[in-house]
Design a binder for this molecule. Structure first.
Ligand SMILES: [Zn+2]
Length: 102
């Protein structure tokens, strides 16, 4: 899977090693390499939210917004579940938005 964030594409790669407890997280974004690594474990909806979490980091990076790590994580943790729910809760309107943006 490939996602476009701003001016660049990111390859999304299932990475089982991210399930190791000592990593402390289950997805990563690598801006310079154009990679989003995500653990394939768990429900599909959880995987989507993990990817969208990294996409939010990508939005901030693309926008040139440099927050301290804790603040960036706070912002991303606040926005991601709400954006995910927005997509899930408004499927008809989201599809219309996408169509209207073509
Ligand atoms: Zn994060």
């Amino acid at each position: 899977m490939q996602l476009r964030i701003g001016y660049r594409n990111y390859d999304v790669i299932d990475t089982p090693e991210l399930d190791l407890a000592d990593r402390g997280h289950s997805a990563e974004i690598h801006f310079r390499d154009g990679l989003i690594l995500v653990s394939p474990e768990g429900p599909k909806a959880h995987r989507v939210e993990k990817i969208l979490h990294e996409v939010m980091h990508g939005f901030l990076y693309d926008a040139g917004i440099n927050l301290e790590d804790d603040m960036e994580e706070t912002v991303v943790l606040a926005l991601t579940p709400r954006f995910t729910a927005f997509l899930r809760d408004n499927p008809i309107q989201v599809r219309k938005f996408i169509k209207d943006l073509q």
